[in-house]
Design a binder for this molecule. Structure first.
Ligand code: PLP
Length: 426
């Protein structure tokens, strides 16, 4: 597969290079030059893994060989994505049955498999900062892989106890550091490390952040999974609502459509951080200050995947206005969560944003699919207070909760981070 840097058109790379580099020159995003058209009929009968092997094979087999693609997919997608009826006209595609109970497991696990396969002789070190969920998905995805060390920095006392338990109890090749500072301090330390060429080379420092193309490609697969599970008569009328923050998830959906997925249209659903819905309405790109919401994984005002969406729509000659944008505020999010519960469907704030957007958008002849991006128990505080119920702890969280924390502590001090890497990884 050939990819081009959307900012620096002269920079062309293959998939391997794009995955290892993450970002291109001038912070440009890599995007595939061409998207193959899939032969749809044979896909619907297959299970998630077999179908995903075909989909990703169509993109990557020319470079990696089908056999390697098959292995990467089988290792990454070791959990299911059921489509559940949530109301008379809406389904939820539940993407939270992976090890860290959020859809980020799909992308993180596939990226981990790719990096492990591409690492070669010199071990790679994934260095990342987290304010919670991404760290868990990344740490878990890389746990036990050969040739890869993971170092996760997080603000000491700045994440929930349960979140901490989820990724700071693994041990092995996963090292976690509680930094005596804020999330921004953690990110600053990581940035400093990446701008130190000697350090970067010595440890093979690599980021595993959300703009990596491997993550996006993995996410294409579950749109086909939703279509495969829909009753055949409804397949052509499906509208997908995507609860969006950095818009990686929606980018993957649009790529799926470009490859032939029969998705009628998309709704880009945001919380009050509504840069994109406003842009779709006014044509003005005006990010405002970040507003803290119940759906905090979507509290993003400068979504970093947006250039990919613009590029793809332009290439497909899809008017941007075909995308519906919906902003769902806090009261509407809570009301939708309550309404879903009355329909006998237990959800959480992120998915509720997308469901609310569907409730506004769906036409008579359409059926809606909203993406369930996180397990309700991950946002138990909000869910319990809105619905006035108590949630049981899912097994994965209960297991992690029983284990001792293995984190080290560190001051906000770059020389301390360097010394730590020298001591533990060389
Ligand atoms: C990351 C995240 C989102 C937003 O996904 P993007 O691809 O960044 O738009 C939505 N919901 C949850 C639970 C998330 O963790």
């Amino acid at each position: 597969m050939q990819l081009t840097n959307l900012k620096v058109a002269e920079q062309q790379v293959n998939f391997r290079q794009a995955v290892l580099q993450g970002l291109g020159e001038q912070q440009g995003l890599f995007f595939p030059d061409a998207l193959p058209q899939l032969d749809l009929e044979p896909l619907w009968q297959l299970d998630l893994v077999a179908r995903s092997q075909k989909i990703l094979g169509a993109l990557l087999a020319d470079e990696l060989g089908q056999e390697l693609v098959d292995t990467l997919v089988a290792n990454a997608f070791n959990f299911t994505a059921p489509l559940r009826p949530a109301s008379a006209k809406q389904y939820c595609l539940e993407l939270f049955h992976g090890p860290t109970l959020a859809f980020k497991d799909f992308g993180a696990r596939f990226l981990a498999q790719c990096l492990s396969a591409f690492a070669g002789e010199q071990p790679l070190t994934i260095l990342t900062a987290t304010s919670g969920d991404t760290g868990a998905a990344v740490a878990d995805a890389f746990y036990g892989l050969d040739n890869i060390n993971v170092v996760v920095l997080y603000p000491d006392g700045g994440i929930s106890e349960l979140q901490e338990k989820l990724f700071c109890t693994l041990g092995g090749n996963i090292r976690t550091i509680a930094v005596a500072g804020s999330f921004d301090d953690c990110q600053q330390l990581v940035k400093q490390a990446f701008s130190d060429p000697a350090l970067k080379a010595q440890f093979g420092l690599t980021s595993a952040n959300s703009i990596n193309i491997a993550r996006l490609l993995a996410q294409i697969c579950y749109y086909f999974e939703a279509l495969a599970q829909l009753p055949e008569a409804e397949r052509a009328n499906a509208v997908f609502a995507v609860p969006s923050g950095n818009f990686g998830n929606l980018t993957a959906g649009l790529i799926a459509k470009a490859m032939g997925a029969p998705i009628k249209r998309f709704v880009a659903a945001t919380n009050s951080n509504d840069t994109v819905p406003r842009y779709l309405q006014t044509g003005q790109w005006q990010p405002l200050a970040v507003y803290n919401t119940l759906s905090n994984a979507m509290d993003v005002t400068s979504p970093n995947n947006w250039p990919r969406i613009e590029a793809l729509c332009q290439r497909q000659q899809w008017p941007l206005n075909d995308l519906a944008g919906e902003r769902v505020d806090e009261a509407q999010t809570a009301a939708q969560l309550q309404w879903l519960f009355e329909q006998d469907y237990l959800s959480e704030p992120h998915a509720a944003v997308a469901s609310a957007a569907l409730s506004r958008q769906l036409q008579q002849d359409e059926v809606g699919v909203f993406l369930g991006t996180a397990h309700p128990a991950k946002f138990a505080g909000a869910v319990e207070s809105i619905l006035q119920i108590e949630l049981p702890l899912p097994q994965a969280l209960a297991d992690a909760n029983a284990k001792p924390l293995l984190s080290d502590n560190m001051a906000v001090d770059f020389s301390a981070l360097k010394a730590y890497l020298q001591q533990h990884l060389s």
